[in-house]
Design a protein around this ligand. Structure first.
Ligand code: BEZ
Ligand code: MG
Length: 567
């Protein structure tokens, strides 16, 4: 007989995972230019906006106000499933009432249902009212036409609605941020939480900290979060930003080891071409941080940057300046890794080619050497090979609910690409992590967990694919893209379970009604999807019975016939 405690614990974990999938905010269909959000979309968005403390608007997170009102003393992480569900249903009801009957009714409801004082809920609803009104204002088409006529478009910050509600109304000219203001104070304090969670997760799984990590930094993400990714890198190294007399972040200072309470982690940073262009002072800051840490007189087991740099100098007889190179990007004027194109076009035999391509594209160093001379995109392949050879974990921050792991091919080209490059150079597959810096507790997940969550919440979720299918031809292409992007995680990181491919086949190919819909709307993408499934099996990523493959081949042939106009 199974132990009831462990059975209960398993059921609890299962229900927590289900709740996580259920509460995940997903785009249900493509955005249609000029169309404001409907009430269902608004409900989801406003719930997310209300889920965070927002000191800039003087508001507390609505779930926390409700938890306090209900007399719960536990932190969000410690709550039972029943408590979480109770809070969630009150939040949902309050926001629904707000949308139908206005803020007074909703505030009354909250004070009765959860003893939330009107004084504390009013600022939240004032914020939601502004967001809701801004969501009704849609000047996208008008702005597009004005832009085409060469007229002025009002500027607005770049972010998503949850991160920064002030991006509304949409249809404005998105502007970036001053790179000298990065990372912001808020980003730096959130960066600490994520870096600690990340290191804790690795420590829980391995009994020690990683010697070195490879992280990916993107430009748009750091615009949206005012530098959370940059802050995470600084925390891993154990340094804080320092402002000059003009309040520009131009320097860094080491956080004393006693305060840090853990070793300084060696960090290899791959920054996108967009980051390199938009955040030139930040590239300098990151390079400066590494060189500062490498020069600190500290025990080597507590300063893994210095440990590795000294080892590299001794073993390879290279100069300290070269051994301390950790910030890499494309050659000046170049962008992207091309790993996505190689995968999508099936133009590769051995997986290590994908990692080698990543390094070929990304092995250009940026920063400043000890003599103060600019390193401005020098090719540094050997330095990158050596730095990656010590990496034990790779990581990228996901900061938006709008674009996730399988929505675009860029996550696997970067995080997958660097992980595959590490695998060959370190002779071991790294642990691969992502953070969900959108969730209030900045959860860290392994790549495998994130692929499962994305597959359940999006690709295999009827709410998601039916939303896509409303867009006809383009919607089928989006479904096929998701399957191919999922395949990208097999190619670069072997991170896709067999059941995911099996469920894709069952949902989109072996359900006759669905297959008919796909082939009528877009036979090209339907065919590509079936071919991708066959490729997944052919390359050893999907272990499945011969009979399934036979059926897939037959369907593939019939789609080919249809495309050739034979059928
Ligand atoms: C970036 O913002 O840096 C970026 C965006 C899309 C793909 C790759 C990088
Ligand atoms: Mg497998």
């Amino acid at each position: 007989m199974s132990n009831p405690n462990s059975r209960d614990a398993r059921v609890l974990r299962l229900s927590e995972e289900l709740l996580e999938i259920e509460q995940r905010l997903i785009p249900t269909g493509l955005h249609i230019l000029g169309r404001p959000s409907d009430n269902r979309e608004k409900l989801d968005l406003l719930k997310m906006v209300a889920a965070f403390d927002r000191p800039e608007f003087g508001t507390r997170a609505l779930p926390e106000l409700i938890a306090n009102g209900l007399g719960l003393t536990t932190s969000a992480k410690e709550r039972t499933l029943d408590e979480k569900e109770a809070i969630n249903s009150i939040v949902t009801e309050a926001v629904k009432l707000f949308l139908t009957d206005g803020m007074t009714v909703s505030m009354d409801y909250l004070s009765q249902a959860a003893r939330v004082s009107v004084d504390s809920s009013r600022p939240v609803f004032v914020l939601l009212k502004n967001v809701s009104e801004a969501l009704n204002t849609n000047q996208e088409l008008d702005s597009l036409l004005r832009a085409l006529r060469g007229e002025f478009i009002e500027p607005g910050p770049g972010a998503d609605i949850v991160q920064n509600p002030q991006i509304l109304p949409t249809g404005r000219n998105t502007h970036a941020i001053n790179p000298y203001s990065v990372p912001s104070d808020v980003a730096f304090s959130r960066g600490e939480l994520v870096a600690n969670n990340l290191l804790q997760r690795y420590h829980d799984e391995n009994g020690r900290y990683p010697e070195a990590m490879a992280i990916v930094l993107w430009g748009l993400d750091n615009i949206k979060t005012q530098g959370e990714g940059v802050a995470q890198a600084l925390w891993l190294l154990g340094v804080r930003p320092v402002h000059d007399g003009l309040n520009r972040t131009t320097n860094v200072a080491a956080i004393p080891l006693a305060e840090l309470g853990r070793p300084r982690i060696d960090v290899v940073m791959t920054v996108s071409g967009i980051f390199r262009d938009l955040f030139s002072p930040t590239v300098q800051l990151l390079d400066k941080a590494v060189r500062l840490v490498a020069g600190l007189d500290e025990p080597l087991e507590m300063n893994l940057v210095r440990k590795h740099v000294l080892e590299q100098v001794a073993q390879a007889a290279c100069e300290l300046d070269v051994a301390a190179t950790r910030v890499f990007s494309n050659a000046p004027g170049n962008y992207g890794t091309n790993v996505n194109f190689m995968v999508m076009d099936s133009q590769w035999d051995r997986e290590e080619t994908l990692g080698d391509l990543f390094v070929t594209r990304k092995c250009f160093a940026y920063g400043r050497d000890s003599k103060g001379q600019a390193i401005d995109g020098h090719e540094a392949r050997l330095a990158m090979d050596r730095a990656l050879s010590r990496v034990e974990a790779t990581y990228q921050n996901i900061d938006t609910f709008e674009i996730g792991l399988t929505d675009v091919d860029h996550y696997f080209e970067y995080l997958g690409g660097v992980s595959k490059a590490v695998e060959k150079r370190a002779k071991s597959r790294p642990a691969i992590y992502l953070s969900d810096s959108l969730s209030p507790d900045s959860k860290i997940r392994s790549l495998e967990e994130t692929v499962r969550l994305e597959s359940r919440a999006k690709t295999l979720n009827p709410k998601w694919y039916e939303g896509m299918l409303k867009h006809g031809f383009r919607g089928v292409a989006e479904i096929e893209n998701h399957v191919s992007n999922t395949f990208g995680w097999s190619a670069t990181a072997d991170a896709v379970d067999d059941w995911i491919y099996s469920e894709v086949a069952n949902t989109f190919v072996f359900d006759e009604t669905m297959l008919d819909r796909l082939r009528n709307l877009n036979p090209h993408s339907a065919h590509s999807l079936v071919r991708r499934l066959l490729e997944a099996n052919g390359r050893g990523y999907w272990d499945v019975e011969q009979s399934v493959l036979d059926k897939l081949r037959e369907i593939s042939r019939s789609l080919e016939d249809q495309l050739e106009g034979v059928a």
